[in-house]
Design a protein around this ligand. Sequence first.
Ligand SMILES: [Fe+2]
Ligand SMILES: [Fe+2]
Length: 273
Amino acid sequence: MIDIDRRAFFAYLGGAAAVAGMSAEARADALENFLAVSTAAAAASAVAARAPTVAELEAQIPTRNYRRGVGNGMVARDGGNVALLKPLPAKPTLADFIRLRLHSNAEHCMQSARQARLKNMDEDIVFACLVHDLSLSLMRAEHGFWSAQMFEPYVSEKVTFAIRHHATLRFFPDQETGYEYPDLYRTMFGTDYVPPPHQQEEYRQVRRHRWYMAPRLVTVNDLYSFEPGVKVSVDEFEDVIGRHFRQPREGLGFDGSPVAHIWRTAANPDSPL
Ligand SMILES: [Fe+2]
Ligand SMILES: [Fe+2]
């Protein structure tokens, strides 16, 4: 006898009232369809239980209604809808953006900054950790470069370097610092993924740079910073922000800097153009 999930079957049909209105024949047909769908879903989840290959990930591309590079704040990936955003102050600060706009990855960033602080790392590294992934709300593809660009006018050259190159260093283990290739990347990029030539070249250059350890330490704190239950407030980093971020008087987005439009995009991602 086939064991079927009665509740799932009723839900599949549209609820008990819908089932009551169906003929016996229609119910039999529906059951057959339901079993076919369930088997396909079970097969799909068995595949999901092991990390996919690059080719398998590529085959998934036309099964989505968004591209994987789109910003986390731009699409509701759980199938629900995006939320109405709360207004920003007229002259928004970095802390305002972290609280109200770039929050999709802010928790992870703050956890990694806390890690860096607990390990007594230099404060510029703590700050780099605090902001390293904030551009992910806007754009996932090339996020090291997007984040670095957003921050470049307001931070030191070394902090920019750390943010820019952390993303590429994530693909390259470093035994000396204890940094290993993340398991998560096997699922995200495929078990047989090889970084493209431009990224290999970026790694070679960064590896021999005098500031190599800056982005490397960002990656070291990246690994342990996805704890779901841990809550960190941006207030904890008020002092670090004050010392490492040149907050524009006019507010982020309104200072006429070459990256002001990126902050305005973050401020108003609902703008149709
Ligand atoms: Fe990152
Ligand atoms: Fe990160």
